[in-house]
Design a protein around this ligand. Structure first.
Ligand code: CP
Length: 315
């Protein structure tokens, strides 16, 4: 994994996935045993963010600093004077990668991480490229599921909300397809349904899935059956036929204290954040609401990943 770019979920086989998850485990253990964590002393991470980010930017910053390394932030480089007079993306990547040891890139265009990897002198970690992929968030989700459920094989996962534009759900679906006995539910408004290429990928890999569109009763049935409920926001601007459909969709694809009653006792609720109406704060105290635990698991995962791509042993 040393010097590998982390671009998209399809690049990983099961062995590589396990290698990353086990690095996170080693970091978790070191943290819990108060062992030294300064594994990346002297290394510099470049956070190259063309688009706003709170969680990914800050979480990689703190992961690198916890490992004793440093972080240089390049936010919105297109607003810099040098970029405005004709600096191009590839040159920006060449320059930044000459100065740091690893780059986390967030960009508004799909395929940007791959473009960056073609010219970078150091590993590129895709921190989200347009609507395409967000592999590190999905790795965190996968790690959190593994820790909470004791494994991933045999689980049923329900993706709920805006499935059309969620790069995290795309990446996580690709990851889940590598495990056995997985079943996937897609529950969404029709205007935000999962894209056909994802369904085709699942069919090719013999992963059973069920798609439910705009259906309140089916939504409740899915909530009562799935092992993991993975929610996302429903954005208003995708509804062009008046606000009624938006209002109805918001009500259908929402967890409330009453829908929590039909969930199994060991079903977990996840959300990549930021949240909106779909996830009211009233349910935060329920032990099945694990979306804040994701942040903690995310630290171990990001720290482990940085060590792996920089070729620094963690065990
Ligand atoms: N979950 C996530 O990617 O959040 P940010 O957009 O704040 O990085």
């Amino acid at each position: 994994m040393k010097n590998s770019h982390i671009i998209e979920a399809q690049q990983f086989n099961k062995k590589a996935l396990q290698e990353i998850l086990s690095a996170a485990d080693h970091i978790k253990e070191r943290t819990e045993r108060n062992l030294p964590l300064d594994l990346l002393k002297g290394k510099i991470l470049g956070n190259l963010f063309f688009v706003k980010s709170m969680r990914t930017n800050l979480a990689f910053d703190s992961a690198m600093k916890r490992l004793g390394g440093n972080v240089s932030h390049v936010d919105f480089p297109e607003t810099f004077s040098s970029e405005l007079v004709g600096g191009d993306f590839e040159d920006t990547v060449r320059v930044v990668s000459s100065l740091v040891d690893v780059i986390v890139l967030r960009h508004y265009l799909s395929g940007s991480a791959k473009r960056a990897a073609e010219v970078s002198f150091v590993p590129i970690i895709n921190g989200g490229d347009g609507p395409a992929q967000h592999p590190t968030q999905a790795l965190i989700d996968l790690y959190c599921i593994e820790k909470l459920k004791g494994g991933i094989d045999g689980l049923s996962i329900a993706f709920i909300g805006d499935l059309m534009n969620s790069r995290t759900i795309r990446s996580l679906t690709y990851f889940l397809a590598k495990y056995s006995g997985i079943k996937i539910y897609f529950a969404s408004p029709r205007v935000l349904k999962i894209q056909d290429d994802m369904k085709e990928y699942l069919r090719e890999n013999n992963i059973p899935y069920h798609e439910s569109l705009d259906h309140a009763e089916e939504f409740k049935e899915i909530v009562s059956k799935a092992d993991i409920l993975y929610l996302t926001q429903i954005p208003k601007d995708h509804f062009t036929n008046g606000t009624d459909d938006y209002g109805r969709s918001r009500e259908i694809f929402r967890l409330t204290p009453s829908t929590m009653k039909i969930m199994k006792k060991d079903t977990y609720i996840m959300h990549p954040f930021p949240r909106d109406y779909e996830l009211p704060v009233e349910i935060d105290q329920d032990p099945r609401a694990v979306y804040f635990d994701l942040i903690k698991y995310g630290q171990f995962l990001r720290m482990g990943l940085l060590c792996r791509v920089l070729g620094v042993p963690v065990d």
